[in-house]
Design a protein around this ligand. Structure first.
Ligand SMILES: C[S@@+](CC[C@H](N)C(=O)[O-])C[C@H]1O[C@@H](n2cnc3c(N)ncnc32)[C@H](O)[C@@H]1O
Length: 382
C-alpha cells in the first residue's frame, strides 16, 4: 500500500524519536519489549504520537472516534452517567479525553437533564491534548469550565462515574508468539540501524497469562495487554462507590484469539490509512490493539469489582435512548438533521461501529441494573 508522505518537519520529528528509541535499545543490551516501543512511539515527551502537537482525531486527523462523529454519543452516554452518579456521587472522571469533545458534550447534556456533575476530572497523559481539551471546553461549554480539572495521576480514592472511550486500545501491549517449541515474547531490536523483531522466551506475568490461553494453537501471534489489566486492577483499589464505563473495539477472549486471527489485532493508522507496520515512522502513526474484554472483566472481578454489564455499543446506545434523542434534536435545517442521522447511523450500524465496539461496566456498591444494559440479545457474553 502507498501511504501519504509526511512533510519535512514531521519526518524530522519521527527521525528524532527513532534515534531516541534506538538509544534505549542499545542501552538495554539490544532489545526492548514491544510494550516499551509502543509506549515511546505514542507517549515519549514532545515526540510521541499522542504527546506531539499533530492533529489526531477527526476528518483531518488519522482516525475518527465516536464523540467526534456525533454529539448524540455523549448525549446517550449521559443517561447512563447520570444514573451511576445518582447511585454514587455527582462526579465524573474521564481517562484519555482526546479532543475534549466528549467532556463538553457530556457536561452540556447533563446540565440539560438537571443532573450536572459537581466535578469533571480529566486524566490525560498528553500535554498537547490537555491544551486542546481546555480550548474545546472553553469554546463549547464556557459556563461549565470551572467544574473541570486535570489530574496528573489516578486519585487515591474516587466515587462517581469513570468514563474511558478508546483508552484501553491505546495502552501499550506485549506481543506473544505461540511456537511449536514454546511461548516467546516478540521484542524490538535493531538490524542495520532499523527496528527489527526478535523473539525471547516468554517469562513472568506474560508467560502465565499466555499459558492460560490453552485453546491457542501455534503458530500464532497476538497481543496481551498487561497494562490495561493493571489499570483496571488499580481501580479495584480506588473505586469506593460507582462504576467504570469502558468503551472500545474488541471481543470476548474466544473471539479475540480465534484461529483465523493468527496475526493478532495490532494496527497502525496514518491519515485514515490502516497498516500493520508499527516500525514505520514512529511518532506519526497511531498504534493500537483491540481489547480482550474477557480479560478486562476478569481483571475487574479479581480486583473486587462487580461486572455490571457488557454489550455492544449499538445495544447500549439504544438502551440509553439514542432514537429519542435523535427525534428531539434541535436540528436547524434538513441538512443538519441529515448529518445527525448519519452520525447516529455510524454509531449503531453493525457494519460500522455498532457491533465491533463494546461497553463494559465494572463497579462497586451499585445495586440497581444499569440502564444501558437492561435489554439485549444475550449474544454478547464474556
Ligand atoms: C485513542 S485516544 C481516544 C481519545 C478520546 N477518548 C476519544 O474518544 O476521542 C486515547 C487517549 O488516551 C490518552 N491516554 C493514553 N494512555 C493514558 C493513560 N494511562 N492515562 C490517561 N490517558 C491516557 C491519550 O493521550 C488519548 O487522549
Amino acid at each position: 500500500m502507498t501511504l501519504p508522505v509526511p512533510d519535512a518537519d514531521a519526518a524530522a520529528s519521527s527521525a528524532r524519536l527513532a534515534a531516541r528509541i534506538a538509544d534505549e535499545i542499545a542501552g538495554a543490551g539490544g532489545w526492548i519489549p514491544f510494550s516499551r516501543y509502543m509506549e515511546l512511539a505514542l507517549y515519549a515527551p514532545g515526540l510521541g504520537y499522542y504527546s506531539g502537537g499533530a492533529r489526531k482525531f477527526g476528518g483531518a486527523g488519522d482516525f475518527v472516534t465516536a464523540p467526534e462523529i456525533s454529539p448524540l454519543f455523549a448525549q446517550a452516554l449521559a443517561a447512563q452517567v447520570a444514573q451511576v452518579m445518582a447511585a454514587s456521587a455527582p462526579r465524573i472522571l474521564e481517562a484519555g479525553a482526546g479532543s475534549g469533545a466528549l467532556a463538553a458534550d457530556l457536561l452540556l447534556e447533563l446540565e440539560r437533564r438537571g443532573a450536572l456533575a459537581e466535578r469533571y476530572d480529566i486524566l490525560e497523559l498528553s500535554g498537547a491534548l490537555r491544551a486542546r481539551q481546555r480550548e474545546t471546553i472553553a469554546r463549547s461549554a464556557p459556563h461549565l469550565a470551572a467544574r473541570v480539572a486535570w489530574l496528573d495521576t489516578l486519585p487515591a480514592s474516587f466515587s462517581g462515574a469513570v468514563v474511558a472511550n478508546e483508552l484501553l486500545d491505546a495502552l501499550p501491549v506485549n506481543l506473544v508468539a505461540w511456537r511449536e517449541n514454546g511461548l516467546f515474547e516478540r521484542v524490538v531490536g535493531l538490524e542495520n540501524d532499523t527496528f527489527a523483531w526478535h523473539e525471547r522466551p516468554a517469562a513472568g506475568a506474560l508467560l502465565a497469562v499466555s499459558r492460560g490461553l490453552t485453546f491457542v494453537q501455534p503458530p500464532y501471534v497476538s497481543e496481551i495487554n498487561l497494562a490495561a489489566r493493571a489499570w483496571i486492577a488499580e481501580w479495584g483499589r480506588i473505586l469506593e462507590r460507582g462504576a467504570l464505563l469502558l468503551i472500545d473495539y474488541g471481543f470476548p477472549q474466544r473471539e479475540y484469539y480465534h484461529p483465523q486471527r493468527s496475526d493478532g489485532t495490532l494496527m497502525c493508522h496514518y491519515r485514515h490509512h490502516a497498516h500493520g507496520d508499527p516500525f514505520w515512522l514512529p511518532g506519526l502513526n497511531d498504534i493500537t490493539a483491540h481489547v480482550d474484554f474477557t480479560a478486562m472483566a476478569e481483571a475487574g472481578f479479581d480486583a473486587g469489582l462487580d461486572v455490571l454489564g457488557y454489550t455492544s455499543q449499538a445495544q447500549f446506545l439504544l438502551n440509553c435512548g439514542l432514537p429519542r434523542l435523535l427525534e428531539s434534536a434541535q436540528a436547524g435545517d434538513a441538512a443538519d438533521y441529515a448529518a445527525l442521522a448519519s452520525g447516529a447511523q455510524k454509531l449503531i450500524s453493525p457494519a460500522e461501529m455498532g457491533e465491533l465496539f463494546k461497553l463494559l461496566a465494572l463497579g462497586r456498591k451499585i445495586d440497581e441494573p444499569l440502564l444501558g444494559f437492561v435489554s439485549g440479545d444475550r449474544t454478547h457474553a464474556l
